[in-house]
Ligand binder design. Sequence first.
Ligand code: NAD
Ligand code: TYD
Length: 341
Amino acid sequence: MKILITGGAGFIGSNFIRYILKTHPDHRVVNLDALTYAGNLENLRAVAEAEGGGPRARYQFVKGDIREVKLVDRIVADGVEAIINFAAESHVDRSIDNAGIFIETNVLGTQVLLDAALRHQVQRYVQISTDEVYGSLGPTGKFTESTPIAPNSPYSASKAGADLLVRSYYETFKLPALITRCSNNYGPYQFPEKLIPLFITNALSDQHLPLYGDGLNVRDWIHVEDHCAAIDCVLHRGTPGEVYNIGGNCEKTNREITRIILQELDKPESLIRFVKDRPGHDRRYAIDSTKIMRELGWAQNYNFQTGMQETVTWYSHNREWWTRVKSGEYRDFYQRWYGNR
Ligand code: NAD
Ligand code: TYD
């Protein structure tokens, strides 16, 4: 199967590319990524070295924007059988700062991909969405696939808009489209602006850990590789037109996460700084994954404690990666790697 993966140079996309090439020797991947601040080809250096180059390569990278109609059309026309759309502006705080690019990429970009999928009769279109489209939960209950959509941030509103477009292409045109809604991911290669990698890297540098509000907001954490395995199930066995929730069954307050990181690194609690809350800050997310477990046979592999230990160790051992990412220096890699090809 030839798969177009968009946003493959980001956190989840790069983990997914490694996962799918390892688990499906018969699959080929085209990675279309605009390399925004969050995209980093260093995440895929080993893949490019092992699988890239030559006409029979299983991995190909194209630098480009999902909003570029002609570029997307040309790529999809060249034998693409499935599209998985990871490309997005993904950080809630940035969406509060400036919402425009979120609508551009997350909504308009999705429409460009859907049109190309339709034109070239792609067999599968998988939209990587988020549990944040459901809004915020009270102290009890979990999000199911029939929970009404009620996004609270410009980020989650743009993801919800994209989900509705995907739904409409299934209903109107019978495009074989599926949607996944996953909870908060953690693991290697996550951009250090999100809670876990930000706090690990700040703690490693003895810098403050800025906890929003009272630090008691709850997220349902899942290891990125378990998310990748779930997307694999949906790609191969999911029913078109359906939504699949994916969760870690692992609710933690931000204070708990912070304490785990400080303990793992043997750093003092005095590094914590309580700072002004995020506006519209969702209080609690929790996902009910019964549907994907029952219907597609997905199950989690990671236990949170060992997953977090591995993750903290990964950031401790890959200081060069995050130091470069934090300084923006990783962009040089692109020039070095592709500049003369
Ligand atoms: P990320 O920010 O790490 O990566 C996004 C990638 O998309 C980057 O490589 C970036 O260069 C690329 N991109 C951005 N705009 C583009 C454009 N216009 N054209 C082409 N490429 C573009 O994000 P992530 O955390 O890996 O998230 C991937 C997807 O999963 C997103 O759609 C996000 O909404 C969803 N999601 C994330 C989480 C999470 O916890 N991180 C949870 C659930 C769902
Ligand atoms: P984040 O990683 O941005 O994911 P999301 O907002 O999409 O769930 O944030 C996770 C939680 O951590 C969220 O409740 C906000 C909180 N948070 C902080 O307290 N301080 C920070 O510096 C960041 C980035 C997040």
